[in-house]
Write a protein that binds this ligand. Structure first.
Ligand code: ADP
Ligand code: MG
Length: 139
Protein backbone atom coordinates (compact mmCIF):
# COMPACT_ATOMS: atom_id res chain seq x y z
CA UNK A 1 0.00 0.00 0.00
CA UNK A 2 1.37 3.39 -0.96
CA UNK A 3 1.58 5.65 2.07
CA UNK A 4 3.33 8.79 3.28
CA UNK A 5 5.79 9.40 6.08
CA UNK A 6 7.50 12.47 7.48
CA UNK A 7 11.30 12.52 7.37
CA UNK A 8 13.69 15.11 8.77
CA UNK A 9 17.36 15.45 7.88
CA UNK A 10 18.38 16.87 11.25
CA UNK A 11 20.71 19.85 11.80
CA UNK A 12 23.73 17.61 12.52
CA UNK A 13 23.42 15.88 9.13
CA UNK A 14 22.88 19.19 7.31
CA UNK A 15 26.08 20.54 8.93
CA UNK A 16 27.94 17.40 7.79
CA UNK A 17 26.90 17.95 4.16
CA UNK A 18 24.93 14.71 4.11
CA UNK A 19 21.70 16.06 2.56
CA UNK A 20 22.52 14.70 -0.90
CA UNK A 21 23.53 11.24 0.31
CA UNK A 22 20.42 10.87 2.45
CA UNK A 23 17.98 11.98 -0.26
CA UNK A 24 19.74 9.63 -2.68
CA UNK A 25 19.06 6.75 -0.27
CA UNK A 26 15.35 7.64 -0.08
CA UNK A 27 15.00 7.78 -3.86
CA UNK A 28 16.94 4.55 -4.45
CA UNK A 29 14.64 2.80 -1.97
CA UNK A 30 11.53 3.94 -3.84
CA UNK A 31 10.62 6.68 -1.37
CA UNK A 32 9.65 9.68 -3.45
CA UNK A 33 9.85 13.19 -1.98
CA UNK A 34 6.38 14.75 -2.46
CA UNK A 35 7.04 17.81 -0.26
CA UNK A 36 10.32 19.28 0.96
CA UNK A 37 11.76 22.38 2.65
CA UNK A 38 14.90 23.63 4.37
CA UNK A 39 13.93 25.33 7.62
CA UNK A 40 15.28 26.30 11.01
CA UNK A 41 12.67 25.37 13.61
CA UNK A 42 12.13 27.72 16.51
CA UNK A 43 12.41 25.99 19.88
CA UNK A 44 8.60 26.10 20.42
CA UNK A 45 8.09 24.50 17.00
CA UNK A 46 10.52 21.70 17.95
CA UNK A 47 8.74 21.29 21.31
CA UNK A 48 5.37 20.94 19.58
CA UNK A 49 6.75 18.40 17.14
CA UNK A 50 8.24 16.27 19.93
CA UNK A 51 5.41 16.86 22.44
CA UNK A 52 5.03 13.08 22.87
CA UNK A 53 8.49 13.08 24.50
CA UNK A 54 7.96 16.04 26.83
CA UNK A 55 8.30 13.97 30.02
CA UNK A 56 11.61 12.42 28.90
CA UNK A 57 14.87 13.61 30.48
CA UNK A 58 16.34 14.44 27.06
CA UNK A 59 13.39 16.58 25.88
CA UNK A 60 14.93 20.02 26.43
CA UNK A 61 18.28 19.03 24.96
CA UNK A 62 16.56 17.39 21.97
CA UNK A 63 14.52 20.53 21.23
CA UNK A 64 17.60 22.76 21.58
CA UNK A 65 19.40 20.50 19.08
CA UNK A 66 16.50 20.41 16.62
CA UNK A 67 16.33 24.22 16.63
CA UNK A 68 20.11 24.73 16.42
CA UNK A 69 20.28 25.15 12.64
CA UNK A 70 18.53 24.40 9.39
CA UNK A 71 16.97 20.97 8.83
CA UNK A 72 15.40 19.44 5.72
CA UNK A 73 11.79 18.42 6.32
CA UNK A 74 10.28 16.07 3.73
CA UNK A 75 7.20 14.02 3.03
CA UNK A 76 8.16 10.69 1.43
CA UNK A 77 5.68 8.55 -0.46
CA UNK A 78 5.96 4.90 -1.46
CA UNK A 79 4.99 1.31 -0.67
CA UNK A 80 5.16 0.78 3.11
CA UNK A 81 6.92 4.14 3.36
CA UNK A 82 6.78 4.33 7.17
CA UNK A 83 8.43 0.94 7.77
CA UNK A 84 10.78 1.26 4.82
CA UNK A 85 12.09 4.61 6.07
CA UNK A 86 12.57 3.24 9.60
CA UNK A 87 14.64 0.41 8.07
CA UNK A 88 16.76 2.84 6.05
CA UNK A 89 17.32 4.96 9.19
CA UNK A 90 18.50 2.19 11.51
CA UNK A 91 18.31 2.10 15.31
CA UNK A 92 17.93 5.32 17.34
CA UNK A 93 21.45 4.86 18.73
CA UNK A 94 23.87 4.94 15.77
CA UNK A 95 26.22 2.62 17.69
CA UNK A 96 23.48 -0.03 17.53
CA UNK A 97 22.37 0.69 13.96
CA UNK A 98 22.92 -1.95 11.29
CA UNK A 99 25.64 -1.51 8.67
CA UNK A 100 24.31 0.28 5.61
CA UNK A 101 21.79 2.44 7.49
CA UNK A 102 21.67 6.23 7.49
CA UNK A 103 22.30 6.50 11.22
CA UNK A 104 25.30 4.16 10.99
CA UNK A 105 26.75 6.34 8.23
CA UNK A 106 25.91 9.81 9.54
CA UNK A 107 24.81 9.63 13.20
CA UNK A 108 27.11 10.76 16.01
CA UNK A 109 25.30 9.52 19.15
CA UNK A 110 21.81 8.66 20.43
CA UNK A 111 20.77 12.33 20.29
CA UNK A 112 22.61 13.61 17.20
CA UNK A 113 21.40 10.78 15.01
CA UNK A 114 21.00 12.46 11.60
CA UNK A 115 17.39 11.68 10.71
CA UNK A 116 13.80 11.45 11.91
CA UNK A 117 11.08 9.17 10.55
CA UNK A 118 7.43 8.77 11.56
CA UNK A 119 6.83 5.55 13.50
CA UNK A 120 3.14 4.79 12.72
CA UNK A 121 0.32 5.91 10.41
CA UNK A 122 -1.22 8.11 13.13
CA UNK A 123 2.12 9.73 13.89
CA UNK A 124 2.76 10.29 10.18
CA UNK A 125 -0.60 12.06 9.77
CA UNK A 126 0.14 14.38 12.72
CA UNK A 127 3.73 15.07 11.67
CA UNK A 128 2.97 15.72 7.99
CA UNK A 129 0.17 18.12 8.95
CA UNK A 130 2.46 19.85 11.46
CA UNK A 131 4.80 21.03 8.70
CA UNK A 132 2.86 20.97 5.42
CA UNK A 133 -0.58 22.16 4.32
CA UNK A 134 -2.16 19.76 1.82
CA UNK A 135 -1.62 22.16 -1.08
CA UNK A 136 2.18 21.89 -0.63
CA UNK A 137 2.17 18.10 -1.07
CA UNK A 138 2.44 16.69 -4.60
CA UNK A 139 1.02 13.36 -5.69
P1 ADP B 1 13.45 7.64 16.98
O1 ADP B 1 13.93 8.96 16.39
O2 ADP B 1 14.34 6.50 16.58
O3 ADP B 1 11.99 7.37 16.70
P2 ADP B 1 12.66 8.35 19.70
O4 ADP B 1 11.32 8.69 19.14
O5 ADP B 1 12.70 7.41 20.86
O6 ADP B 1 13.63 7.75 18.57
O7 ADP B 1 13.41 9.68 20.17
C1 ADP B 1 13.29 10.87 19.43
C2 ADP B 1 14.66 11.50 19.32
O8 ADP B 1 15.10 11.88 20.64
C3 ADP B 1 15.77 10.57 18.82
O9 ADP B 1 15.82 10.47 17.42
C4 ADP B 1 17.02 11.24 19.36
O10 ADP B 1 17.40 12.39 18.61
C5 ADP B 1 16.51 11.72 20.74
N1 ADP B 1 16.76 10.72 21.79
C6 ADP B 1 16.15 9.51 21.96
N2 ADP B 1 16.62 8.87 23.03
C7 ADP B 1 17.55 9.69 23.59
C8 ADP B 1 18.40 9.60 24.74
N3 ADP B 1 18.38 8.52 25.54
N4 ADP B 1 19.23 10.63 25.00
C9 ADP B 1 19.26 11.72 24.20
N5 ADP B 1 18.48 11.89 23.11
C10 ADP B 1 17.65 10.88 22.79
MG1 MG C 1 10.32 8.46 17.33
Amino acid sequence: MSERTLAIIKPDAVKKHAIGDIINRYEKAGLKPVAMKLMRMSKPVAEGFYAVHKARPFFDSLCTFMSSGPAVVLVLQGENAIKKNRELMGATDPAKADAGTIRKAHGTNIEFNAVHGSDSPDTATFEIGYFFPGMEIFS
